[in-house]
Design a protein around this ligand. Sequence first.
Ligand SMILES: Cc1cc2nc3c(=O)[nH]c(=O)nc-3n(C[C@H](O)[C@H](O)[C@H](O)COP(=O)(O)OP(=O)(O)OC[C@H]3O[C@@H](n4cnc5c(N)ncnc54)[C@H](O)[C@@H]3O)c2cc1C
Ligand SMILES: *[C@@H]1O[C@H](CO)[C@@H](O)[C@H](O)[C@H]1NC(C)=O
Ligand SMILES: *[C@@H]1O[C@H](CO)[C@@H](O)[C@H](O)[C@H]1NC(C)=O
Ligand SMILES: *[C@@H]1O[C@H](CO)[C@@H](O)[C@H](O)[C@H]1NC(C)=O
Ligand SMILES: *[C@@H]1O[C@H](CO)[C@@H](O)[C@H](O)[C@H]1NC(C)=O
Ligand SMILES: *[C@@H]1O[C@H](CO)[C@@H](O)[C@H](O)[C@H]1NC(C)=O
Ligand SMILES: *[C@@H]1O[C@H](CO)[C@@H](O)[C@H](O)[C@H]1NC(C)=O
Ligand SMILES: *[C@@H]1O[C@H](CO)[C@@H](O)[C@H](O)[C@H]1NC(C)=O
Length: 595
Amino acid sequence: MAFCRYLTWSSVVSAVLAAPPLLNQAQAGGTQRPVGTSFGVPGSSSKFDYVIIGGGTAGLTVAERLSEDPTISVAVIEAGGFYELDNGNVSQIPAFYAKNFNQTAAPETIQPLIDWEYIIEPQVGLANRRFHYSQGKTLGGSSGRNSNIFTRGTKGYYQRWADLVGDPSWAWDNILPYFKKSVDFTPPDTAKMGVDANISYDPAAYGAGGPLHVAYSNYYQPMNPGLIKGFEALNFSYQPGFSSGRMDGYGYLAVTIDPKTQIKDSSETAFLSGAFNATNFRVYKNTIAQKISVPRDHGDRRSGRNSRSLTRSPQMLMVSGIGPRDILAQHNIPVIVDRQVGQNWQDHCAFEFQYKMNVEGNAALEGDKQFLYQATEDFLQTQTGPLTNWGGDILGFEKLPSPYREALNQSALTELAELPDDQPEVEWLIASHGPQMATSSYVTFTPAILAVTSKGTIGLTSANAADNPIIDPKTFSSPTEQALGIQIYKRLQEFVNATGLTTGPELKIGPRGSDADILAGMKQTGLPWYHGVASCPMGKESDPNAVVDGKGRVFGTKGLRVVDASVIPLLAPGHSMAPVYMVAEKLADAIKKGL
Ligand SMILES: Cc1cc2nc3c(=O)[nH]c(=O)nc-3n(C[C@H](O)[C@H](O)[C@H](O)COP(=O)(O)OP(=O)(O)OC[C@H]3O[C@@H](n4cnc5c(N)ncnc54)[C@H](O)[C@@H]3O)c2cc1C
Ligand SMILES: *[C@@H]1O[C@H](CO)[C@@H](O)[C@H](O)[C@H]1NC(C)=O
Ligand SMILES: *[C@@H]1O[C@H](CO)[C@@H](O)[C@H](O)[C@H]1NC(C)=O
Ligand SMILES: *[C@@H]1O[C@H](CO)[C@@H](O)[C@H](O)[C@H]1NC(C)=O
Ligand SMILES: *[C@@H]1O[C@H](CO)[C@@H](O)[C@H](O)[C@H]1NC(C)=O
Ligand SMILES: *[C@@H]1O[C@H](CO)[C@@H](O)[C@H](O)[C@H]1NC(C)=O
Ligand SMILES: *[C@@H]1O[C@H](CO)[C@@H](O)[C@H](O)[C@H]1NC(C)=O
Ligand SMILES: *[C@@H]1O[C@H](CO)[C@@H](O)[C@H](O)[C@H]1NC(C)=O
């Protein structure tokens, strides 16, 4: 099946590259094979058993797993190129994450070669502000654009997912092997950190020998002892990491970086080089997929391999005729399957509070030339120092405790009671970030609401896949989230004070009076968090909101699956990358087994 008929080449065609080492790595055994063999070029039509639209976090994971079978041919269509080449060293060096994007969409920080430049609708829950919604447009996708934080969610959360889909294979015990399959875990190197950091972790939760490094930065943020003091003063218990299905308490963060080089790992570094080994594998980079020729389901969904494809994104489904009838009609797209694509999208809301800090941190990398010079030397010569660290090590999770909980009204409490007992409502993330061009130390406390009750939408501006869709997460719009937000602000005062790390008042929103005043301040400092899921959620066929089944198969079609963050039916507590890798491993396995 020649999906390639529907492809057009994006105007950005990458320049001829002077063969940096990255591009010389592809060799199969002792036999030489030029790396270009793995890339598609314009002008020729081709057939593949599987065409994967989007070489992102899930896409490259699935591509590598499928291409392990030498009888299967696989193509990946990716709109971007290599972030290592298109974004200097900014995407590779963990601390430069802070430069990676800017919610106010300053042109110098968007980096159009590796980003979709989405500007979202004015957010009613956030004082009608608009944001740059960063999404990776590069091999690796958003795993090539993110801050490498690795958390998995809780057992109760996955049980709820399994119950919703009516498929026990999504329960914790059944997905843990897929979580482990991706991972090669390396314990912290406290000698390189230069402190006796006493970092606990749960080795049983991780795997060894997988393609993706999960490790620790060789820098111990000097603010960590203060944060530990703060969390203990607030009665948080200690968790040995956040990969064992429990998240209540504070603990030390694992990240997806290469422990030796301290450079970012992504699905591109982890999985693409493996796929290059396969003879039946090809990447079409700098290529935008326009449309899928959707095979209808006539009741024989398990037909031949050739009819299967994978895709991402509600937009791709809608331009191809799968989506809400009214949206498709507005753009004269013939309706093939009428389902609620793009209607149940969810993202977290995070709030940023900045203070001056009395110990060293990453902020000074921005404007203190001597500090940056030393950090660069440390990174290049010993793979240590602040450049190895995205900005934080220690974070905490909780259900909002007493006395703040008592201040929530009954409707908020009723809605929160739907969450599993072990699922936290609030995350406390802290980074030693500051304002642009800072020359001294700052700390940014970033509490986030994990009990998301707002629902967002993704719509179309046109029937052309190259036009950005209409993105409206409706962040912080629900009364329950707003009620939580007010109490989070009050708890923040207690936490910040207990750390003893700050000097002076909060920089942006300052002291607040009444609850209405606090809420207005929260609307000014909140932002969507780039953890979007559930725009094509999996579920039972009878569920009007569900778009795919528990194997990622799009209802009403055959041979078409969605495998990425958009099929995750409920937003995980914490960060979404690790769940996406798990979904990709699990569904790639299902495809290989003919399920
Ligand atoms: C700035 C930022 C920070 C984040 N921080 C973290 C973090 O620290 N920890 C964490 O766990 N999660 C984090 N996340 C979230 C996490 O990275 C994502 O949930 C995850 O990577 C999504 O994976 P995906 O496969 O669904 O999509 P992506 O990885 O985004 O992949 C989609 C791919 O499809 C391509 N594509 C799309 N449309 C087309 C088309 N028509 N034709 C061709 N190609 C196309 C895109 O270019 C992209 O490469 C962050 C995300 C962002 C953006
Ligand atoms: C590619 O194949 C060679 C030979 O089989 C093997 O040694 C190498 O580890 C493979 N590389 C990856 C990244 O899988
Ligand atoms: C984002 O860009 C704007 C405009 O250039 C700037 O004022 C702001 O400080 C930037 N924010 C961050 C976090 O860098
Ligand atoms: C290390 O941390 C663990 C967990 O908090 C604690 O039980 C243990 O006593 C600590 N060990 C040392 C040597 O500080
Ligand atoms: C601290 O936590 C313990 C155990 O979870 C609980 O019994 C106690 O009441 C808490 N104390 C406060 C002050 O919240
Ligand atoms: C990153 O790239 C910039 C621009 O080329 C360079 O000045 C800087 O030294 C590099 N940093 C590191 C740590 O390699
Ligand atoms: C509960 O509190 C929230 C936030 O203050 C408010 O928006 C909502 O209307 C309240 N609900 C009821 C039923 O009082
Ligand atoms: C701030 O912290 C100090 C101790 O560090 C404590 O004595 C004081 O009560 C705290 N204040 C508030 C408002 O929590």
